[in-house]
Write a protein that binds this ligand. Sequence first.
Ligand SMILES: [Mg+2]
Length: 137
Amino acid sequence: MISDKSLIIAVDFDGTIVESRYPEIGETKIFAFETLKKLEQEGHRLILWTYRHGKRLQEAVDFCEKNGIKFYAVNQSYPEEEFDPAISRKINADIFIDDRNVGGFLGWGEIYQEITNTKPEHLQISKKKKGLFSFFK
Ligand SMILES: [Mg+2]
């Protein structure tokens, strides 16, 4: 996949960013926010594309904001888009990230690699260097 192009990436919430516990919010999936932040920093636009609506949707949006992700648009192709039943509900995105993909959920590390064609170096857990006083802990 071409990494130097700015992509519109639609991301599902339940089962994708967090474990599936709808209507509750499950535990964050490993590396979900780290990956989303990195993609955003690299100039891609993120759209939250979820079954959630109303109060449950707001809870998901708030949860993501608390974790450092403010979506370009939520359940729409662009921020100003008005819902119009005369227009298809399918949003315009280059890529969809969803746990219901054929083949299942890849995991965020692999998703990053697939989209950017780059190894997800930012996700590697840093080895702790032992400080001088770590012996006493
Ligand atoms: Mg899902």
